[in-house]
Design a protein around this ligand. Structure first.
Ligand code: NAP
Length: 268
């Protein structure tokens, strides 16, 4: 087994990283950042998003483990004082994992360029200077013309992140699908959208075609692109369930609904 550690350079994170490396040496587990079997992220959910982005091309062979240095996260099961237990679990583990669906995003630009990414949380498209106007196609058929601040397309595990903040539903992560949530849509006698978050199944394709060439900000998890060049404007976004999944090593895995309660409701 080969293990990599992904973290930022805060003194606390580096201290935990060093403890894990000592434990790996003790059990003769190889440290390898290039082609690991296990990636341990130390930080918060945001850090795990960055680790996911770094190892996005190796999802078939990698399992992730999240250690949180602050509060319990959605992708981080281990607390920083449990490092010894974690290293022992690595040594004794049987390769079990739990997997969750991801979102496949393809962006097409006016100059013919294509950007393809996989999101763990979500992809958003926003116009920050004026009303965004875009046509929404479901399975290649026009469904509605959206006018508003923007749109958020999230995975089931990402449903507790930005999606929730813009009024989307929290989704059980075992549902294979994705969700579209509106950001401040214009709804009146002239302009109309469905106006509610919409959940799509695994066979559905969602296409967003921008109606004009104005500048927009496109995001995919922590990645952001400010698209304001007239010669390279965004024309179309396509979303579907990715054929890849994220796998978490199942040495321990906190129940999803327990996390939702702990994160958003607290003690009863
Ligand atoms: P970030 O600092 O990495 O994340 C912002 C907050 O979202 C952090 O508190 C993070 O938790 C939390 N978070 C991340 N994934 C989550 C999940 N699946 N469920 C619940 N909470 C989650 O910010 P960033 O670098 O700008 O963007 C990363 C993510 O931030 C995006 O994927 C988006 O979901 C989220 N975001 C949210 C809003 C909003 O709620 N209005 C706005 C922009 C972006 P940790 O503290 O554990 O890292």
């Amino acid at each position: 087994m080969k293990v990599a550690i992904y973290t930022y350079s805060s003194p606390e994170s580096l201290r935990i990283k060093e403890l894990i490396i000592q434990g790996l040496k003790q059990y003769r587990i190889q440290y390898d950042e290039q082609t690991p079997d296990i990636v341990i992220s130390i930080g918060g959910d945001g850090t795990l998003l960055s680790a996911f982005s770094k190892y996005q091309d190796q999802l078939d062979t990698i399992r992730f483990v999240g250690i949180h240095t602050g509060h319990l996260g959605f992708y981080t099961d281990w607390r920083k004082f449990e490092v010894n237990d974690l290293v022992a679990s690595l040594r004794n583990g049987t390769g079990q994992s739990i997997s969750y669906p991801l979102l496949d995003m393809t962006a097409k630009f006016s100059d013919g360029q294509v950007l393809h990414k996989i999101a763990l949380n979500e992809s958003t498209i926003k116009n920050i200077t004026k009303t965004m106007v875009c046509d929404v196609y479901i399975n290649h058929e026009l469904f509605e013309r959206f006018r508003g601040d923007g749109l958020c397309v999230s995975t089931p595990t990402g449903s507790t992140a930005y999606n929730k903040a813009v009024g989307g539903a929290v989704m059980d992560p075992h549902i294979i699908g994705f969700q579209l949530a509106e950001m401040a849509s214009l709804n009146n006698r002239v302009f109309r959208t469905l106006g509610s978050p919409t959940i799509f199944g695994s066979e559905n394709v969602l296409t967003l075609r921008l109606a004009d060439e104005s500048s927009v900000v496109l995001t995919c998890d922590r990645d952001k692109w400010v698209l304001d060049s007239p010669s390279h404007h965004l024309v179309e976004l396509t979303f579907k369930v990715s054929d890849k999944k994220i796998r978490f090593a199942k040495y321990r895995h906190t129940n999803f609904w327990q996390r939702v309660r702990e994160s958003f409701i607290g003690d009863l």
